[in-house]
Design a protein around this ligand. Structure first.
Ligand code: FES
Length: 100
């Protein structure tokens, strides 16, 4: 696993672009949960960086054609995406978020 960001570097509702496993990724904090996803929509490659997050079901909406992805599993929840996005396994330790 690699260290992604300090837990105190993100406030609830914030996100940050990072690199994990040589891959552009996005770390998001929703309340006290952290999610690390590959920052690429599976539909047509749009970065999800500025995608709207729906905290009610922990999903992110692609800003380009509005596909929605589950932040916990990466599953595509609606068209036009049919393939999942990559979700990194995360761990909190030593006051930091780790992902692999
Ligand atoms: S590029 Fe994301 S929905 Fe089309």
């Amino acid at each position: 696993m690699e260290r992604v960001i300090g837990t105190d570097e993100l406030l609830p509702g914030e996100r940050r672009s990072v690199i994990v496993d040589d891959t552009p990724a996005l770390v998001l904090r929703i309340q006290d949960q952290y999610f690390v996803i590959e920052d690429v929509c599976s539909h047509d490659g749009q970065p999800l960086t500025s995608g709207l997050v729906d905290v009610s079901d922990c999903s992110i909406i692609c800003p380009r054609h509005s596909a929605r992805f589950d932040l916990k599993t990466g599953r595509a929840l609606c068209m036009p995406a049919t393939e999942p996005i990559r979700v990194f396994r995360t761990e909190i330790r030593d006051n930091a978020v780790w992902a692999a």
